[in-house]
Design a protein around this ligand. Structure first.
Ligand SMILES: Cc1cn([C@H]2C[C@H](O)[C@@H](COP(=O)(O)OP(=O)(O)OP(=O)(O)O)O2)c(=O)[nH]c1=O
Length: 209
């Protein structure tokens, strides 16, 4: 088990209840701050460039919402995407047709789920929050789906679960019925790879002590 320096607050800059629950599961004390950024990919942007840019921009956005009452803290940001064998990125589906287009490519096949995590050391000087130091990683998990039928897709969409999930499914929810196998980190698929996040927290907390 890691032991964290309790004098430095940990802030999860995320609106995802899954990420909060995962940190709670391994007893990392933290508070949450909501950040909002434009998650549209740039033209010709690769999956790795996109996901790195997302966690970096979420950390920059967090600088604007950190509380004045503290002088230093550690901020966790994360972003999860699905990636098809041809490199195509699967985000949250826009609508049912978009979800079906993704699911047809995932049916009876394997895709990957990538989560990027950035842990940033922030300090407030002269009333301004600044990033002093950051470490980042990207974790990949292989996920194999069963063959999906049109009626399975229609039924799942109407449960409301796929709408806010990358790739349009939740392995921790009803979507588990579609997952034949995974190879790699389970928590990474849910939205925060715990082993790697604990490792980054440990590194960033030890630096600059
Ligand atoms: C593949 C998969 C994704 N997801 C979720 C994790 C993420 O919350 C979401 C991907 O969207 P993200 O943009 O990574 O995260 P978010 O918008 O939910 O939260 P924030 O940006 O504020 O941190 O998909 C699951 O919950 N289960 C799964 O099996």
């Amino acid at each position: 088990m890691y032991q964290f320096n309790a004098t430095i607050p940990i802030i999860l800059a995320s609106t995802s209840p899954r990420r909060r629950e995962l940190l709670d599961q391994v007893a990392v004390p933290h508070t949450c701050a909501a950040v909002s950024i434009d998650e549209s990919p740039l033209a010709e942007e690769s999956a790795i460039d996109y996901i790195g840019r997302m966690v970096s921009q979420k950390a920059q956005a967090a600088l604007q919402v950190l509380p004045n009452a503290m002088t230093e803290c550690v901020v966790i940001t994360a972003d999860t995407i699905g990636v098809l064998p041809d490199g195509a990125v699967l985000q949250k589906p826009n609508d049912f047709a978009d979800a079906c287009a993704m699911w047809r490519q995932m049916s009876n096949a394997s895709h990957q789920v990538w989560t990027a995590v950035q842990v940033s050391r922030m300090a407030q000087r002269s009333g301004q929050w600044q990033m002093d130091y950051a470490e980042r990683t990207v974790v990949r998990t292989d996920v194999k789906f069963i063959a999906l039928t049109d009626s399975m897709m229609a039924h799942y969409w109407h449960t409301g679960e796929p709408q806010d999930k990358a790739g349009g499914y939740a392995i921790q929810g009803l979507g588990a019925a579609w997952v034949k196998a995974i190879d790699g980190s389970y928590s990474n698929v849910v939205g925060l790879p715990l082993v790697e996040t604990l490792d980054l927290l440990s590194q960033v907390m030890q630096t600059h002590q």
